[in-house]
Design a protein around this ligand. Sequence first.
Ligand code: GDP
Length: 296
Amino acid sequence: MFDALTDRLSGVFDRLSGRGVLSEKDIDEALREVRVALLEADVALPVVREFISKAKERATGEEVIRSIRPADQVVKIIYDGLVEMLGGEAAEGLNLALNPPTVILMAGLQGSGKTTTAGKLALKLAKDRKKVLLASLDTRRPAAMEQLAMLAKQAEVDSLPIVPGQSAPDIARRAMSAAKLQGFDVVILDTAGRTTIDEAMMSEAAEIAKIASPTETLLVADSLTGQDAVRTAKAFHERLPLTGLVLTRADGDGRGGAALSMRAVTGLPIKFLGVSEKIDGLDAFDARRVAGRILG
Ligand code: GDP
């Protein structure tokens, strides 16, 4: 996803290291090029501004210019800035409830990869020996309910039996009582996706959140939709108490910068990356690994 950005940045760094001794002007010029590279990759403007101003502060001191390999110092400053932009060094995994069940509420627009991600999470948790229940609350799309039941089979976890005609809040209540009666460690609730954010969707999601008191409310967003994904995340976060983000299609070849802006714009931790269509295609998000990949 970050190939173009990687190419651009390595060009900047090559020119810089080719110079040997650096002046403040050289560093300024390099940072200007980094700025353009980030903007072209579709990183949101305010995020780029903040990034560059911090990098400038760190890079223009005598320490960098006088160091033995100043270009390496600049690369390190850019790396540190990226890690910071992506949420820092500590990886934020899933929070589990002290008293089971842990409830994970999945939210997102239709087509974002929400249902697939619910299945992927179930598999991950099952591998950690958790007893997982998947429940689809997508009452408007029977196909989505079937899809989740199929994913549950693949992940070898349980899915809540489908009862036609029940409302989403009713299904949420049924899932919660099944979890308590049958001793599930984790309940994953897949909410209905819509093509646009609307009032009905938000009030339904808010009602479900009230019923299920989720430990995690994860917004699933498609990285390939660029700044639209960022706007969606902001809009959801204004209405639902989200606890984290999952960015899908990180395996695609979009520009990637929107995904890089996500954390800074919403303040929410990115917890996972969807990296393939397959059920095991979900990686725990690691800011250092992503920053390292961007720098090539
Ligand atoms: P939902 O409407 O949000 O529940 O979306 P789905 O889970 O049905 O996913 C829509 C499509 O995106 C499906 O074809 C998925 O296989 C695909 N998909 C989901 N996540 C990823 C991902 O991380 N990478 C790729 N390449 N495809 C994905």
